[in-house]
Write a protein that binds this ligand. Structure first.
Ligand SMILES: [Zn+2]
Length: 410
């Protein structure tokens, strides 16, 4: 029975999905030894976080992280540019909606459990190192007295190999640092840290490059500015478990990606999703500033609902990797079909397919999942509220994909 369900499931999934679905790269990664790489030579400078405050911690606070790039009067690249007027209107909206703008230092202290935050907060970040952060955004942020964080990639800072007329200078960064702006890393070269296809997974050249991207950018910012770098904005949000592990070895405590979400105390510090603001996608900001409320304005970001059935089952320990990830969302109520998403730990959003007829969402991994523990999260909007289900499973070492059907029958 299970085998039949399984085969049918796989077949229908193939029908839904067509043949052109792109594989999710990070499910193929392998654990890699980096013992021979240069060790981080970290200079202990002023700690970013103040001594723990003796406060009752408020675990239900929610934080949004907003990501910006460039501030221009005439937008030609709407994916990365925004006008000063729109930027200012967004800062006003934060104020009008009672959202407290916090510093990275406070965010970090909160994540460490050392400090409370107001119920709803925003962290403002600006990527890449365009001089408009200094010339345009900073004066506006000053008016609001809002703290913010810059993520620069070091070859783009003036004088660097990729710098140009729009680059910020080290002198400008130093001036901003002195005024309390936090300067953190966005790697050395801004390339996708997952590397080119076939150029990752246990490739020593890749490992060396990855380490340099993470370590050298941090080291240069720390050396030039005399600051402590503990946060990384991952270029394009392209991340996986190996990048997270290597980042931790390089000394990063916070990794920011690009999957906008409400951040809670429970959100992993190495997967902090940001709402990336684009000029032609006003909905991103509009969604960001809506906090699902349980009355206080700071309730959980989504209502947890148990799926009627999942594949693999919640808590399953599998001797072979699953061929399908699937959830029956019959318990979600009326679902907006376009709102259904599936994401997996270590990978992020998956190109899963939702079938409104059967109310099931399914994803067929292109390559077998490596041995690891996985969490799958499916969320959707149901009658105006966000509902979410999550389940976990383990793929054990030493699997053999050939024996899939035998195991499924069990
Ligand atoms: Zn960037």
């Amino acid at each position: 029975m299970n085998a039949i369900y399984f085969l049918t499931a796989a077949a229908t999934f193939l029908l839904w999905s067509g043949c052109g679905k792109s594989p999710v790269k990070s499910v193929e990664t392998q654990p890699i030894q980096i013992a021979e790489l240069p060790k981080p030579n970290l200079v202990e400078s002023t700690p970013l976080v103040e001594a723990p405050a003796a406060k009752v911690l408020e675990p239900s606070s929610r934080v949004i992280v907003l990501g910006y790039h460039r501030f221009v009067n005439n937008v030609r690249r709407p994916d990365t540019e925004i006008t000063p007027q729109v930027f200012e209107s967004q800062l006003n909206a934060l104020k009008e909606n009672g959202i407290s703008v916090i510093s990275l230092k406070d965010f970090m202290a909160w994540k460490r459990g050392e400090k409370s935050l107001p119920p709803v907060c925003a962290l403002i970040t600006i990527d890449d190192g365009y001089k408009s952060a200094y010339t345009v955004a900073w004066p506006i942020l000053k008016k609001f007295e809002y703290p913010f964080t810059l993520f620069v990639y070091t070859t783009y800072v003036k004088g660097g190999a990729k710098s140009g007329g729009e680059s910020i200078t080290w002198e400008q960064l130093a001036e901003m640092r002195d005024a309390g702006v936090e300067i953190q890393s966005h790697t050395v070269s801004h390339r996708d840290l997952r590397g080119k296809r076939g150029n990752n997974a246990a490739n020593p050249a890749y490992e060396k490059w990855l380490w340099a991207e993470l370590h050298d950018s941090k080291a240069l910012i720390e050396e030039r500015l005399g600051v402590k770098v503990i946060a990384l904005a991952v270029p394009y949000g392209g991340c996986n478990e190996h990048i997270k592990e290597t980042s931790a070895k390089a000394g990063y405590e916070l990794l920011f990606t690009v999957d906008g979400q409400k951040i809670g105390a429970e959100t992993p510090s190495n997967a902090v999703g940001r709402y990336m603001i684009e000029s032609n996608k006003p909905k991103v900001f509009a969604d960001a500033i809506v906090f699902d409320s349980g009355g206080s304005g700071a309730g959980p970001a989504a209502v947890a609902v148990k799926a009627l059935r999942t594949e693999p089952e919640d808590g399953a320990i599998l001797s072979v990797p699953p061929m399908t990830l699937r959830a029956d969302l019959g318990s979600f109520g009326v679902i907006d079909p376009g709102s259904v998403t599936m994401r997996m730990s270590g990978t992020g959003p998956l190109p899963a397919v939702y079938n409104p007829q059967t109310k099931t969402i399914a994803y067929l991994p292109v390559k077998p999942l490596k041995a690891d523990k996985y969490a799958v999260i499916v969320s959707a909007t149901s009658q105006g509220r966000k509902v979410e289900t999550r389940w976990t499973f383990v793929v054990e070492q030493g699997h053999s994909p050939i024996s899939v059907l035998t195991v499924q029958k069990r």
